[in-house]
Design a protein around this ligand. Structure first.
Ligand code: NOJ
Length: 532
């Protein structure tokens, strides 16, 4: 057993909570969440016990991709409030001992950003080279076969200047040219602008896409492409993503952060885990956390989960820090993927694994995807490709009053029909609720060195049962036993001698019970056991 790290850094020890600001709390009655709304709900975050908040983009934006198309990196969208509101939110989170992370979107801007407006104004504009402009092939074809994540060619023809520009996402989200040092300098200045204000770091959007092949070679076909996959997956994006030079950029971003005390960045990196961990960099020169998205895609079964956890643990170099996440604003909610009952087991898994957990707003009350009829789609991915992300972005369910307490107006997306039952107020005093389960798990994780900083070891992963140990020298050890099925199951400790007390359980009546040897698990049951 390795001794517990004496001074885990804040981003290793804390729990991150993602707020999608459009959907958290509306303070004005216009149907869209805003910063003063977030401010008014900080009590909830404190009661929950989370102590670092990541807010999805709040900047001025035409909202073609709901804020991920930025037209001014140094402002606040009027829909979300003012810079004064932001400063107050930052002050208040800090007063409460919490950290605040912003979303940084360095891969692309909005086509309404003054940089792009200049760039497209003429071929000899000084900012022409800030974006990726290219001549077409003969016959007016795009320069190469690269595809947009949101469908179709990633190249858009510009009639005025007779060239194509590149966009990984929407055509209104042109990609910046990170090979141009002026772009890098401008973006580092943006980082400094927010860091000078006191922001604690960034979640960095689309990090693995930031630099492209300098020869713009065609991507090869993907032999693993199957019907139902996104159209862009028809190709293997070896020339348009995860280029070796990206690591230099990440290291430079890290240098900017390191000029300030205790700041951090998390990279959004949708790559196989073997490549994603490389973004931690050599000698800690990369991201502090490379978002580990595996739980979005793994089958909900003991063996594949345990294999993935063990594999990830092995891939991490000394000094790399793990992290886990069950959902975000781009993925179906965990409660819809694994079901309401298993979502409780998933919460126990997330909050007992080794590494920083990120909770997506609403997970703590068991919010699920809300079916959104096609004619109400807001998300451009839904409108273009039918795969709407709206169901996972619906308003937070605070209480059983009109519109779940989210707004006095008409919500920008419809609210779950189950809100009179599934809401914060209803759950806060109910020990059997999802919210109470989260609170107990979070409290114990924060208190116990084995849980926030100790070692991880798989003990059993067969049939429905996943069991693992969390240990730290000189501190209490914990055994986590999760029944990933609806049927009863048995945990047999094998060589290990099992003696302890249930500290947290998905069925609260089990808490405080002494256990020894064989454990009978109810369906969908999770137990966190303090070992004697
Ligand atoms: C990833 C973000 O999470 C997603 O919401 C967005 O559409 C794309 N990047 C483009 O910025």
């Amino acid at each position: 057993m390795t001794p517990v790290q004496h001074n885990p850094l804040w981003w290793q020890r804390r729990i991150i909570y993602q707020i999608y600001p459009r959907s958290f709390q509306d303070s004005t009655g216009n149907g869209t969440g805003d910063l003063r709304g977030v401010l008014s709900r900080l009590d909830h975050l404190q009661t929950l016990g989370v102590d670092a908040v990541w807010v999805s983009p709040i900047y001025p934006s035409p909202m073609a991709d709901f804020g991920y198309d930025i037209s001014d990196y140094r402002g606040v969208h009027e829909l979300f409030g003012t810079m004064g509101d932001f400063d107050e939110l930052l002050r208040e989170t800090h007063n409460r001992g919490m950290k605040l992370l912003l979303d940084l979107v360095p891969n692309h801007t909005s086509d309404q950003h003054p940089w792009f407006q200049e760039s497209r104004s003429s071929r000899d504009n000084p900012k022409r080279d800030w974006y990726l402009w290219h001549d077409g092939k003969e016959g007016g074809e795009p320069p190469n076969n690269w595809l947009s994540v949101f469908g179709g060619s990633a190249w858009e023809w510009d009639e005025a200047t007779q060239q194509f520009y590149y966009h990984s996402f929407l055509k209104s989200q042109p990609d910046l040219n990170w090979r141009n040092p002026e772009v890098a300098t401008a973006m580092f200045d943006v980082m400094r602008f927010w860091l000078d204000k006191g922001v604690d770091g960034f979640r960095v959007d689309a990090m693995w896409l930031m630099i492209k092949d300098d020869q713009f070679r065609d991507n090869p076909p993907n032999p693993d492409y199957k019907e139902g996959m996104n159209e862009d997956q028809k190709l293997k994006p070896i020339y348009s993503s995860d280029r070796p030079e990206v690591h230099d950029i990440v290291a430079q971003m890290r240098d900017v952060l390191d000029q300030y005390p205790e700041r951090m960045m998390i990279g959004e990196i949708y790559l196989p885990v073997e490549e994603a961990v490389d973004y931690h960099g050599e000698d800690g020169q990369g991201v502090h956390l490379a978002f580990n998205n595996q739980l979005f895609f793994l089958p909900w079964e003991a063996k594949p989960l345990a294999d993935a956890i063990d594999h990830y643990e092995k891939l991490l170099k000394p000094g790399d820090w793990p992290n886990w996440v069950l959902g975000n604003h781009d993925q179906p909610r965990i409660g819809s993927r694994v079901g309401r009952e298993q979502a409780r087991v998933a919460a126990m898994l997330l909050l007992t694994l080794r590494g920083t957990p990120t909770i997506y707003y609403g997970e703590e009350i068991g919010m699920r995807d809300v079916p959104i009829p096609k004619e109400e789609f807001q998300d451009p991915q839904g409108i273009n490709m039918g795969k709407s992300r709206d169901p996972a972005r619906t308003p937070m369910q605070w209480d059983d009053s009109d519109n779940a307490g989210f707004t006095t107006g008409t919500p920008w997306l419809r609210i779950a029909v189950d809100f009179p039952r599934v809401n914060v107020k209803q759950q806060q005093d109910d020990p059997a609720s999802m919210l109470s389960l989260h609170q107990r798990l979070i409290r114990l994780r924060q208190q116990e060195p084995a849980l926030h900083s100790g070692d991880y070891k798989t003990v059993q992963a067969d049939g429905q049962v996943l069991a693992f140990l969390r240990e730290a020298q000189g501190h209490a050890s914990f055994l986590v036993v999760l029944n990933l099925g609806h049927k009863t199951a048995v945990f047999k400790p094998g060589a290990m001698s099992l003696k302890g007390t249930v500290a947290v359980a998905t069925i609260p009546e089990r808490e405080g019970i002494a256990v020894a040897d064989v454990l009978d698990l109810a369906g969908d049951e999770g137990l966190l056991i303090r070992l004697d």
